[in-house]
Design a protein around this ligand. Structure first.
Ligand SMILES: Nc1ncnc2c1ncn2[C@@H]1O[C@H](COP(=O)(O)OP(=O)(O)OP(=O)(O)O)[C@@H](O)[C@H]1O
Ligand SMILES: [Mg+2]
Length: 247
């Protein structure tokens, strides 16, 4: 991993700023993202908060180009994502899908799509998510939390400059949460822009530089993390933080 990381460090945060410009998105006549405009320019971790069904996962899919806005645009450094920009991104989904192969083969299959990897590098990657000892196990026999960690490792193979994570620690035990948080901080220091969804407010306080608060498809607040927790710009965000808001 290290050689390529040096290259990435030299490149810097090449996809910033990330802009959503008046983005509207609907399905079956229902408006799910309702005029979101925001510019993300921080090198720190950006967290997306909001109640169930608010539109967080859809927003992440729009950022990754898996969904196309009905109106508005998503820009990276001022341009719509082309194949080159898309290749610099990786996303980990809320529901993990793994190949019916071993843990290691799930990584090597993806690695071979990019370039031949040294097996030791992949083992190193598995060790980072605490799965080195399970490398030969069928991936589908892993526990839910282990599958989630394998999906994160798989996403890191392409050494993305932008990492989009949909509730990456939702089913992890406290030790694994800490392991993943340490990994995310390390990646951020290696110039990976990270945007992730979580329902864990303490985790947001620990990791986020800034926070997007989404409610009913609308961006209700976009603030530095400290300021959001201290004095949220939105009544909805305040109610959410205090545990009073449902969708
Ligand atoms: N293809 C679709 N057609 C119609 N509605 C959809 C479609 N996909 C998602 N939705 C609706 O859009 C809303 C937002 O979904 P989304 O998955 O983004 O929520 P979320 O904020 O990620 O919630 P959670 O915290 O539960 O993961 C939900 O009410 C969902 O039912
Ligand atoms: Mg979701």
């Amino acid at each position: 991993m290290s050689d390529a990381n040096v290259t990435k460090t030299q490149l810097g945060f090449n996809l910033l700023p990330i802009e959503l410009c008046s983005v509207f998105f609907q399905k079956s006549g229902v408006r799910l993202i309702d005029g979101v405009s925001v510019t993300l320019n921080s090198r720190g971790i950006t967290v997306i908060l909001g109640p169930n069904g608010a539109g967080k996962s859809i927003l992440l899919r729009l950022l990754h180009g898996l969904e196309t806005p009905n109106e508005g645009t998503v820009l990276f450094k001022g341009v719509v994502a082309d194949e080159t920009i898309k290749r610099k991104q990786a996303m980990v989904f809320q529901n993990a899908v793994l190949l019916r192969r071993s843990v290691m083969e799930n990584l090597s299959f993806v690695a071979n799509l990019y370039k031949p990897q040294q097996p030791s590098n992949l083992l190193e990657l598995l060790a980072e998510v605490g799965l080195a000892e399970k490398q030969h196990m069928p991936a589908r026999r892993l526990s839910g939390g282990e599958k989630q960690r394998l999906c994160l490792a798989r996403a890191l193979i392409s050494q993305p400059e932008l990492l989009l994570l949909d509730e990456p620690t939702a089913s992890l035990d406290p030790y694994s949460v800490q392991m993943i948080e340490t990994l995310l901080i390390k990646l951020q220091h290696q110039n990976t822009k990270i945007i992730f969804i979580t329902h864990d407010l303490n985790q947001s306080r620990r990791l986020a530089e800034d926070i997007l608060f989404i409610y009913k498809g609308r961006l209700e607040a976009f603030q530095p993390a400290d300021s959001l927790f201290e004095k949220p710009d939105s009544e909805f965000a305040k109610a959410f933080i205090e545990g009073r808001l449902i969708f």
